[in-house]
Design a protein around this ligand. Structure first.
Ligand SMILES: *Cc1c(COP(=O)(O)O)cnc(C)c1O
Length: 325
C-alpha cells in the first residue's frame, strides 16, 4: 500500500499515483484526497488511514468504493449501519497510543463488523521503528499478532522504517511512505545506502552575486557577519516557497554542483549563500536546495526537523517539472 497522503508527501498525489501503477493500494488521510485520485481515474483500492471523520463521508466512501481504517467506536457504529461491502482495516493500538483499539477490544469489534460480504483486515502502527535497536517494535509485534491470533484477515504493520529495519514485521501488506520518495527514515543511515534515490530535487538559481566587506552583515537582523571580505550569492527561494527558516548558517546547499552553506536565515522569497568555495559564480548559476546530490535528510537535520516535514511543505509555490527516471 503506497502511502500518498499530504499530497504525495509534497510531490503531487496524482503524479505519484500515476508513477506507481503496480501499487496494490494507496493510503490517504482524507476523503478529499481519495476523491482527487478517483477523479484522476486511479482505479486501485484507496484506504482512508484515519477512517471517516464524519458520518456524511460514508456516502462518498460507498460511491468511490473506498476502503477504510476503523480505529474508534463511533466508526464501528457508522460501518455497522453503513454499506456492508466496504473493506475495513481494523486498527489496533499496540503502543503508539495515537489511533486504534486496545487488543482486548478487538474480538468485540470484529464481531460487530465482520459479515459475509465484507473483508476485514488488521493493522497497527509502530512508534519507534526508526530507532533500530528499540525494543518497542518486537513488543508491539507480539501484542498485535497475539491479539488477532486465529482471526481471519490479512495483517499490515510496517511503515518505511519497519520495512527496511524489521523484516519480521512485514506480514501480508506493507505501508511504505517516505522510502517511496527516495528518502531514508533513519537519522543515522542515508537513503543511498539502501539504494534509494530522491524523487524530488528542489532547484533554483542565483539572482545576485556581490562582494561584501569584512564585518558587514547579510540579510535581516545581522544574522550573518562576514568573517572576511567575501562573495555572497542570493538564491531565488525562501520560506514562502517552503524552505525552512530555521535552516540558518551552516545548512548545506549546492551552487553549480559545489557544496557550500546557507548564510543567515531564509527570507520570504530569497536566501543568501556563501560563495567562497566556488571559483567564480555568476547570476543564473544553478542551485540545488536538496535532492540530487544533497539529501533532504541533511537539510532537515540542520533545520532541526525531519525530512517528512520539508517534503510535505513543497506544494507551497514551487513549480514542478516532471522527469521519468
Ligand atoms: C504515514 C503513514 C505510513 C507511512 O509512513 P512512512 O514512515 O512515511 O513510511 C504508514 N502507515 C500509516 C498509518 C501512516 O499514517
Amino acid at each position: 500500500m503506497a502511502i500518498v497522503k499530504a499530497d504525495g508527501y509534497g510531490h503531487g498525489v496524482i503524479r505519484v499515483a500515476n508513477a506507481l501503477p503496480e501499487a496494490d493500494a494507496f493510503g490517504v488521510a482524507s476523503v478529499e484526497e481519495a476523491v482527487r485520485l478517483r477523479e484522476a481515474n486511479i482505479t486501485q483500492p484507496i484506504v482512508l488511514l484515519e477512517g471517516p471523520f464524519e458520518e456524511q463521508e460514508l456516502s462518498e466512501i460507498a460511491v468511490h468504493q473506498l476502503e477504510s481504517v476503523v480505529h474508534n467506536h463511533d466508526q464501528v457504529r457508522m460501518f455497522a449501519a453503513g454499506s456492508p461491502h466496504t473493506t475495513l482495516w481494523i486498527k489496533l493500538d499496540t503502543g503508539m497510543h495515537r489511533l486504534g483499539f486496545a487488543p482486548s477490544e478487538v474480538p468485540a469489534v470484529v464481531a460487530v463488523l465482520a459479515n459475509p460480504g465484507r473483508q476485514v483486515r488488521f493493522m497497527t502502527h509502530f512508534a519507534s521503528a526508526h530507532l533500530r535497536q528499540d525494543l518497542s517494535v518486537p513488543r508491539q509485534l507480539e501484542a498485535f499478532f497475539s491479539a488477532i491470533d486465529g482471526a481471519e484477515g490479512e495483517r499490515c504493520c510496517a511503515n518505511s522504517s519497519a520495512i527496511l529495519g524489521w523484516p519480521e514485521s512485514h506480514g501480508d501488506w506493507v505501508r511504505p511512505g517516505l522510502m517511496l520518495y527516495g528518502v531514508s527514515p533513519f537519522s543515522d543511515r542515508s537513503g543511498e545506502s539502501f539504494g534509494l534515490r530522491p524523487a524530488m530535487t528542489l532547484a533554483s538559481a542565483l539572482i545576485a552575486v556581490k562582494r561584501v566587506a569584512q564585518y558587514e552583515t547579510v540579510g535581516y537582523g545581522k544574522a550573518y557577519v562576514c568573517p572576511e571580505a567575501m562573495e555572497v550569492g542570493v538564491v531565488a527561494f525562501g520560506y514562502a516557497d517552503g524552505y525552512p527558516r530555521h535552516a540558518g548558517t551552516g545548512t548545506p546547499i549546492l551552487v553549480n554542483g559545489v557544496r557550500t552553506q546557507v548564510i543567515g536565515d531564509a527570507s520570504m522569497d530569497m536566501m543568501a549563500v556563501d560563495l567562497r568555495p566556488l571559483g567564480d559564480a555568476r547570476v543564473g548559476d544553478p542551485v540545488v536546495l536538496w535532492g540530487d546530490g544533497l539529501p533532504v535528510e541533511e537539510v532537515a537535520q540542520a533545520a532541526g526537523t525531519i525530512p517528512y516535514e520539508l517534503l510535505c511543505r513543497m506544494r507551497m509555490r514551487a513549480h514542478f517539472v516532471e522527469r521519468r527516471a
